[in-house]
Design a protein around this ligand. Structure first.
Ligand SMILES: Nc1nc2c(c(=O)[nH]1)N[C@H]1C(S)=C(S)[C@@H](COP(=O)(O)OP(=O)(O)OC[C@H]3O[C@@H](n4cnc5c(=O)[nH]c(N)nc54)[C@H](O)[C@@H]3O)O[C@H]1N2
Ligand SMILES: Nc1nc2c(c(=O)[nH]1)N[C@H]1C(S)=C(S)[C@@H](COP(=O)(O)OP(=O)(O)OC[C@H]3O[C@@H](n4cnc5c(=O)[nH]c(N)nc54)[C@H](O)[C@@H]3O)O[C@H]1N2
Ligand SMILES: [Mo]
Length: 670
């Protein structure tokens, strides 16, 4: 998360830039955030509350006042609670507003109402996060700014140029000034890969095999730090004895599709480095065995002892090391009321099939599941239920909002006061509103408080200003976050929140890096890292010739920037990327309109033919709204199956095929 400066003229945000005085943001922002003035001022924003006036999904609405909207919502909720109990309510709120108040208090509202609880984040990072927690415990990884001390950087399934520009810029600088080598491991030849000293175009879903193959070579070549292993890790002996013999270089080459020479080269670079930093991305975990992949890679610095060295180790996320008293906002009233859960990625399934009681009232905030959730056909069907009362709070008329009974206009982050703590770096900062909300838009925080008041909730948190509410987070905070001086924070100072560095800490049950995890054994997952083909994946692969690769768009992050015409055009009409060999086989060429299909349905996209991916892979960057594509959206083809760890999304366990678009229209016409 970046530290930004918003320039304001006459009450209007006219320009947004990276703060030049911030050590990590260093005066620049990415291509998307640079356009955030266009986002707040977008002519496409919803400016007043709306009530549905046509069939669900039609997008026909008439404006109403806030009082009418809030009264209708709370009257309906009270009636539903009376008839079916609070479990008939679901607050489906996510992270588009990264502020701790505007994200947290919406959850706090539904917690306090005793609604069905959302297991949030399974669409994104629960698989990688839980796999990390089983391995290192709930702690942040290496400080990205310590890369100045690294002698090797590995971008493992992270497209740095797209999603981590500030880290990438430090890497590029070190590359130029002192020849810091960069290794990129990614099925897509990303922008970062083009700049790498070694690029490994790994087969999707085989990262665990590569990591175990590297360990095999480290053992063979006596590059294991036996002292570190003995003192700080648990279970390496078992891995060495039972698992590593299965992964000699030739076998790993067969599994991963990489040449033996490159595997040897990579292992040797890694084993000989003194401070290698692995930047882990989430992409490799969004498939059936994603958790094991993350674990195997995150264990590598334990074999070489790089976890003990400044500039070495691994970094997935950092937020777990910021122990604020989040419960003050997210769980007012304390404890967990009797509840049940809906998994974030199973919205469609649960809207259709949950019983006793069924979900009857749905509040969606800062989330666009009709595009970003797998099994979109099910999501659409669930949202179309006539007996479901849906409220959507969003700055834009999204695909999801079109299904709402009531749409509430949301303020954007530049229009709200909030406290931010980064999740890709160790910084915290207060971000005051730069402008008044557009039209009648109101913030998530504000709406949660208004609804709480009308529902008769009297907890203090629902009456505080955002700043006073944020102060509650520091009461009962622990660790470095507790040392932050709230006075400085609220004066706008950026606070660095990392401990003085003394090697990567581990917060597992053993207090060590767990090659062997008893906790995993208990839930029936292999307690040691391993790679095996997945039976369902293999069956799908026999039916369909192509595997889906999903990666971030450079100018569109999910759908949050689809309200900015400039960025939409820069990204271009929703497209997919196919290797020339696969295109030729099907008589397809660059620029064609194509039909992408599997058992779940078909969508229409533009085709780019480039060798950015290997044969057998179809890359669809980002998730784009249905109105922008030729037809449909990629998640119509993705299943809602869970990952091995963390019940996360498996977008990349999707197989499909591609053909000319005309054929599809002909079939439809017949
Ligand atoms: N520009 C931009 N920035 C974003 C976002 C965006 O959509 N656009 N989204 C934001 C969000 S919500 C998130 S969670 C983060 C995610 O940020 P990242 O973790 O960096 O992104 P991922 O989507 O996980 O994809 C990273 C890379 O993983 C690769 N990958 C896919 N499968 C595999 C595999 O099996 N093995 C390996 N080694 N690599 C694989 C993809 O090709 C891709 O290049 O980014 C955030 N920032
Ligand atoms: N196929 C496939 N699907 C994926 C992924 C993938 O890699 N492949 N990635 C997954 C990942 S990592 C994630 S995180 C999810 C993201 O999925 P979503 O959470 O649905 O993300 P967005 O599409 O950005 O939708 C956020 C919505 O919030 C709105 N918004 C912005 N600011 C505010 C605010 O302050 N308040 C309110 N109320 N609304 C606001 C935006 O207008 C937008 O409509 O998608 C997941 N879906
Ligand atoms: Mo995400």
């Amino acid at each position: 998360m970046c530290s930004l400066i918003a320039h304001v003229d006459n009450g209007k945000v006219v320009r947004v830039e990276g703060d030049p005085d911030h050590p990590y943001t260093a005066g620049f922002a990415c291509g998307k955030v640079n356009r955030d003035a266009d986002l707040v001022n977008s002519p496409e924003r919803v400016l007043a509350p709306l009530k549905r006036s046509g069939p669900k999904g039609s997008g026909q609405f008439t404006p109403i006042t806030w009082d009418e909207a809030l009264d209708e919502i709370t009257t309906r909720w009270k009636a539903i609670i009376q008839e079916s109990g609070p479990l008939a309510l679901l607050g489906y709120a996510y992270s588009a507003h990264q502020g701790l108040m505007n994200r947290g208090l919406v959850s706090g509202l539904f917690h306090r109402l005793g609604g069905t609880r959302l297991l949030a984040g399974t669409v994104c990072d629960t698989c990688c996060e839980e796999a990390w927690n089983f391995t290192l415990g709930p702690v942040g990884g290496a400080d990205p700014e310590d890369v100045v001390h690294s002698d090797l950087v590995i971008s493992w399934g992270a497209d740095l140029a797209a999603t981590n520009l500030h880290f990438y810029s430090l890497v590029e600088h070190a590359k130029k000034s002192r020849g810091l080598p960069l290794v990129v491991i990614d099925p897509r030849r990303t922008r970062s890969a083009k700049n790498a000293d070694l690029y490994l175009p790994i087969r999707i879903g085989t990262d665990a095999a590569l990591a175990l193959g590297v360990m095999h070579i480290l053992v063979r070549d006596k590059l294991v730090d036996r002292d570190y292993v003995a003192r700080h890790t648990l279970g390496f002996d078992e891995v060495e004895r039972d698992i590593l013999p299965k992964f000699p270089p030739e076998k790993v080459a067969e599994i991963t599709g990489l040449p033996v020479a490159d595997i040897e080269k990579f292992a040797s670079m890694y084993g000989k480095a003194k401070a290698a930093m692995i930047r882990l991305g989430e992409g490799m975990t969004r498939l059936a065995a994603g958790g094991q992949a993350l674990r195997a890679v995150a264990l590598l610095p334990g074999v070489t002892g790089h976890f003990a060295v400044k500039g070495g180790g691994a970094m997935l996320l950092t937020a777990a090391s910021c122990d604020l008293n989040y419960a003050a906002v997210r769980r007012p009233g304390g404890g967990a009321p009797v509840t049940r859960t809906v998994n974030h990625l199973r919205l469609g399934e649960d809207l259709l099939n949950m019983k006793d009681p069924p979900i009857r009232a749905l509040f969606i905030s800062a989330n666009n599941p009709a595009v970003t959730c797998p099994e979109v056909h099910k999501v659409q069907k669930g949202l179309s239920r006539e007996d479901l009362f849906t409220v959507v709070h969003d700055p834009f008329m999204t695909d999801t909002a079109k299904y709402a009974d009531i749409v509430l206009p949301a303020a954007l982050y530049l229009e709200t006061d909030d406290l931010y703590r980064a999740y890709g770096a160790y910084w915290m900062q207060w971000g005051p509103a730069a402008a008044k909300p557009a039209g009648e838009a109101r913030s998530n925080f504000d709406v949660a408080q208004a609804l709480a008041g009308r529902m008769g909730l009297t907890d203090r948190i629902f009456t505080l200003t955002p700043q006073d509410a944020a102060k509650e987070l520091f009461k009962g905070a622990t660790g470095p976050a507790a040392e932050a001086d709230p006075a400085k924070v609220f004066a706008g100072e950026s606070i660095h929140i990392k401990h003085d560095w003394d090697g990567q800490p581990f917060k597992t049950p053993s207090g060590k890096l767990e090659f062997y995890s008893e906790q995993l054994a208990k839930i029936g997952v292999s307690p040691v890292p391993d790679w095996q083909p997945d039976a369902i994946d293999e069956a799908e692969a026999k039916k369909w010739p192509l595997r889906l690769l999903t990666a971030p768009g450079y100018f569109q992050a999910h759908t949050a920037y689809s309200g900015v015409g400039f960025l939409r055009n820069r990204e271009g009409k929703p497209f997919c990327i196919l290797h020339p060999e696969d295109a030729q086989k099907r008589g397809l060429k660059d620029g064609d309109e194509v039909r992408v299909f599997n058992d779940r349905g078909e969508i229409g996209l533009m085709l780019k033919v480039v060798d950015e991916v290997q044969p057998g892979v179809l890359l669809v960057p980002g998730q784009r709204p249905t109105g922008e594509a030729l037809s449909g959206t990629i998640n119509m083809l993705c299943s809602d199956r869970f990952t091995d760890i963390g019940e996360g999304a498996t977008y990349q366990s999707t197989w499909l095929d591609i053909g000319p678009w005309k054929a599809a229209s002909r079939v439809a016409a017949e």
